[in-house]
Design a protein around this ligand. Structure first.
Ligand code: GLC
Ligand code: GLC
Length: 651
């Protein structure tokens, strides 16, 4: 949009811009800057307009974008232009991802490069490598406490290793996802060190206070994220003689985004990693970006403005690069991280679908889809050109973040139901074979989350230890069932490394002083590549899981209606053990696939009347696209075997 005030400012900025920048060929940069500047200016002004140095800061912002545009390698600029034309590229069902720690997966970045063939064998073409930036030797929250945003941690390798990996991945058409931890830094970061040494410029990069007055005000309304191992939201720093805000661990200092210098630094870092060849950046803990007294300090309006501004600026310099929002918050809140009142994503194109993840775990524990159905019914419709990141497990805990109203509508009492789930997954409930551990137990609120590897949570570890063939079989089926859901729901499925081999809990963290207080380490495995070879040996668990997932991925890629164009319809059926939804082609409604999941151990029946508007038994033979077989139908009833799924198409 053309608007005089912002345009005048833009002209002033362009006149002042450093000669070495203005001499470059900035054609594409200028067209994009012109297109986005009104929005950039409005957002920047809303956030920082009351400052005397506003115009200088705006100049620095534009210079930052220009400098990083100049640094952007030619092949990446070309990719920007290609993606501009093929703007729906990331909604395709062709993408299937995996998240991993480089050191747990294969020692380091070089190791990851040596194992690229593994991804291709399985069908993975998007790899999220969790934090690899420099972090402290001891406690670093798995790399989420960064001490240098522009260096690779020596334990992961070098910048050259990353560049080589990114090149090789691009040649193999595998997308690279990297983390940018935007909410906080490690206390060993140079900015924190400067703040500690008393430098007021850097103290203003964080929230620091001389006494408890302001912290105590904040604490009245702020929840605790790690109530057990890092209670409270502020830490006293002896050297600085001040309190500093530390929402996560006491060594993770929250950045102060009310300071434009912080915004510009972090934008520069985002663009820096975009220029190192990342296709997608995962922005960590974005719900926490703005702090306000009297609020929970999550999902604040300004946090959204910051993300919009990051997106608008990134579109000028590196428009082909997408953002993933890591906001593990209530469904009505998470949807806002795509941006509101828009068609295309105004903030992040992709967001973690923690709701679906937690609902799937509810269905596994209850053996029915009551809450799953209810929760999905309440999941707000998202923007058209934005997509979910669907996952079963990740490196974090499982939060039981359902809406209490949904729990009640599903027929349970919220407090007791959450307690049941916790007992179930920590193995305290009768008949539960799950081997999880509680995480983040809060004695004040009774809240808790769950840690544990997928295979151990679904009972595979128990079954193996007891050589219980029935349970081995059931837990393998459950692993496949859960993956069939994230592969068909609509969105980007993100596997978690090790799950494709049935990897169980790793208790070695209990012997590491820096990890023992944080049970999430039990599900952050080190891949045993000798054992992984068993994926080629029929009759092994590794083979059963890996080969089934491999087939599922291959089939997904062929089913075009699995692409995400908001083309899903939830179908409520009589039998509560079943979860049923249809996927269709918006422009060709006859092209459709019916997805049916049975969360119970026993076979369940589906009355064909329940799905009559979807799949008429007379219109053709229904065929399960995964197995190539027709399901059993008897007397107008379709039979779904225990812990199984169908992807039904018509033949
Ligand atoms: C994100 C990460 C989590 C980390 C937290 C703080 O939620 O996924 O592992 O503890 O941010 O950085
Ligand atoms: C909280 C945060 C989430 C983080 C998790 C780590 O749920 O909201 O961002 O991943 O804690 O345990």
């Amino acid at each position: 949009m053309y608007e005089q005030v912002s345009h005048t400012l833009l002209n002033d900025i362009l006149n002042q811009i450093k000669p070495e920048i203005s001499k470059q060929d900035l054609r594409h940069f200028y067209t994009r800057l012109g297109a986005n500047f009104y929005a950039i200016h409005s957002l920047f002004q809303r956030l920082y307009g009351n400052r005397a140095d506003f115009e200088q800061q705006a100049l620095r912002l534009v210079e930052t974008m220009a400098r990083q545009y100049i640094n952007r390698p030619e092949n990446l600029r070309q990719m920007d232009l290609d993606r501009e034309k093929d703007y729906n590229w990331f909604l395709s069902q062709q993408w299937v991802g995996m998240a991993l720690y480089s050191n747990g997966f294969a020692d380091d970045l070089q190791g990851v490069k040596e194992h690229l063939g593994y991804f291709q064998e399985l069908g993975i073409n998007l790899v999220h490598i969790m934090p690899i930036m420099r972090c402290p030797e001891g406690n670093s929250d798995g790399g989420y406490a960064v001490s240098d945003f522009r260096a690779i941690d020596a334990r992961a390798g070098t910048l050259q290793d990353l560049n080589r990996l990114a090149d090789e991945m691009h040649q193999r058409e595998i997308l690279l996802v990297l983390d940018v931890v935007v909410n906080h830094t490690s206390d060993e970061h140079e900015w924190a060190q400067q703040a500690r040494a008393g430098n007021p410029v850097y103290q203003d990069y964080y929230y620091t206070f001389k006494d408890r007055n302001v912290p105590d005000m904040f604490e009245q309304s702020m929840p605790e994220i790690f109530p057990e191992h890092a209670p409270g939201n502020f830490t006293w720093d002896e050297q600085m003689q001040r309190w500093v805000m530390t929402v996560f661990n006491d060594y993770q200092w929250d950045l102060n985004y009310s300071n434009p210098a912080v915004f510009i630094e972090m934008l520069d870092i985002i663009l820096y990693w975009a220029n190192q060849g990342a296709d997608i950046l995962r922005l960590d803990a974005v719900a926490f970006l703005w702090k306000k007294i009297g609020s929970t300090c999550q999902n604040e309006r300004e946090a959204h403005l910051i993300l919009q501004l990051m997106k608008d600026c990134c579109q000028v310099t590196a428009p082909g690069v997408l953002f993933i929002a890591e906001a593990i918050v209530a469904p009505v809140e998470v949807i806002k991280y795509f941006g509101e009142d828009a068609v295309i994503a105004k903030e992040c194109e992709i967001a973690y679908n923690a709701t679906f993840m937690a609902l799937l775990w509810d269905a596994v524990a209850t053996k029915n889809a009551k809450l799953l159905n209810q929760g999905i019914k309440s999941l707000p419709v998202k923007l058209e050109r934005a997509t979910w990141l669907n996952y079963v497990r990740c490196h974090d805990d499982i939060g039981l973040g359902f809406d209490d109203r949904d729990i009640a509508l599903a027929g349970y009492e919220p407090y007791n139901h959450r307690k049941f789930l916790l007992d179930y997954y920590t193995g305290k409930f009768d008949n539960s074979h799950a081997r999880g551990k509680p995480f983040g137990l809060n004695s004040k609120t009774g809240d808790a989350r769950i840690s544990g590897a997928l295979a151990s949570l679904v009972g595979l570890q128990y079954a193996l230890e007891n050589n219980d063939l029935v349970n081995i079989n059931d837990s393998v089926k459950t692993i496949l069932l859960l993956h069939s859901m994230i592969l068909s729901f609509g969105g980007l499925p993100l596997f978690y490394y090790g799950d494709e081999l049935g990897t169980i809990n790793d208790d070695s963290y209990l012997h590491d002083a820096h990890k023992m207080g944080d049970s999430r380490w039990m599900h952050r495995p080190t891949i045993d590549w000798h054992k992984a070879e068993l994926r080629h040996t029929p009759g092994t668990i590794e083979y059963d899981i890996f080969s089934a997932l491999k087939r599922m991925i291959a089939v997904r890629k062929e089913i075009e209606v699995f692409a995400d164009f908001n083309n899903r319809e939830l179908i409520e059926v009589e039998n509560a053990h079943l979860f049923v939804f249809g996927r269709y082609n918006i422009s060709q409604p006859s092209e459709r696939v019916l997805v049916i999941a049975n969360f119970d151990a026993k076979s369940q029946s589906l009355n064909l009347d329940d799905i009559s508007h979807w799949a008429s038994p007379h219109s053709g033979r229904m065929i399960d696209l995964y197995t190539g077989q027709s399901p059993d139908i008897f007397n107008h009833t379709l039979v779904v075997p225990g812990f199984s799924f169908y992807w039904l198409g018509e033949n």
